[in-house]
Design a binder for this molecule. Structure first.
Ligand code: DON
Length: 306
């Protein structure tokens, strides 16, 4: 099995690397624009811990919106189904930072993976912990079994200085009563959570419990129940790529999540987690090479959840 995946990954990696790499690195957070656009890495991790790594897989990158899945899991674990009183589970069909549906939806974000939804969940996190920023980092370090995972202060500050849309979203939601804390505190925590840096293998490790019925693969600690795990994966399947979620599902057929740092993580329940990182984004804000790689990968393996 491992050997089979290895050959497929090597051949797709080489094919894509030889092709043109259109798109652009995210520049609306200026600090993200400093990354080398040609970096390209893939890791696949099986549930028994074996992994296959290719390209610049030791280089850490800004996981950005991928962090929203870990944020959801942490708060879902703490407060259970009550979370759905504050955020819905419908695909938005709109860009990640859109404001338009909030007015008619009375400040209830369509799902936890658009910025509006992740801001509301960050707000809940503030009410749950004295030091929510440290608590989130501890949660992520535990999932990755790595104490070296950290926030990037420069990326956090860069986002906060330029995050006018997120500030608008947060204040707008507060006007409906669905943000309880000071918007400045919510925006800071949210931006910090997005600034977490990891390499491809670390990201695979962080997501392994979602491919393993909610249990960490290293020590079998139950993070989410099986039912909760199914629900998080279902939301990734339907909402993980914003207004390109249908396209990703159609082409790749796995639950996954993207970030504007150019990372994409996808998983096959019961089998593996795969992460692809390439910073240049397509017009919908998803990694051009990441989308392409995963489409070719599930086509070649003839394995998807469907
Ligand atoms: O709020 C933002 O704009 C970023 N911190 C996260 C956006 C993001 O990664 C959207 N992803 N594709």
């Amino acid at each position: 099995m491992n050997h089979h995946y290895q050959n497929i990954i090597a051949s797709i990696f080489d094919q894509i690397k030889a092709e043109e790499n259109p798109g652009a690195v995210a520049a609306y957070i200026p600090e993200l624009a400093h990354v080398d656009p040609n970096l390209f890495a893939v890791s696949l991790k099986l549930l028994d811990g074996q992994s296959i790594d290719y390209g610049n897989h030791n280089t850490g990158f800004s996981i950005q919106s991928i962090s929203k899945v870990l944020l959801l899991c942490m708060v879902y674990k703490e407060i259970g189904e009550k979370i759905w009183e504050r955020v819905d589970v419908e695909p938005s069909g709109n860009p990640f930072n859109s404001l338009v549906q909030l007015e008619s939806d009375n400040g209830i974000p369509r799902n936890p993976f658009i910025n509006a939804g992740a801001l509301v969940i960050s707000d809940i996190l503030i009410d749950l912990y004295d030091d929510p920023s440290t608590a989130f980092l501890d949660f992520v370090r535990d999932l990755t079994d790595s104490v070296s995972i950290n926030y990037s202060d420069v990326v956090t500050e860069s986002e906060l200085k330029n995050g006018f849309r997120n500030a608008a979203l947060c204040n707008f939601i507060k006007s409906f009563g669905n943000i309880k804390n000071n918007p400045d505190d919510v925006l800071r925590l949210y931006s910090q959570i997005c600034s977490v840096e990891m390499n491809c293998l670390e990201l695979c490790t962080a997501f392994s419990f979602l491919a393993n019925g909610g249990k960490k693969t290293s020590d079998q600690k139950q993070i989410l129940t099986k039912s909760q795990t199914k629900r998080v994966n279902a939301i990734m399947q339907t909402c993980g790529f914003y207004d390109e979620s249908g396209e990703f599902s159609f082409r790749v057929g796995l639950p996954g999540k993207s970030g504007v740092g150019g990372g994409i993580v996808a998983l096959f329940p019961g089998r593996y987690v795969i992460t692809v990182w390439s910073p240049k984004l397509n017009p919908k804000g998803n990694s051009y090479r990441g989308m392409k790689f995963l489409e070719l990968f599930t086509t070649a393996t003839e394995e998807s959840i469907f």
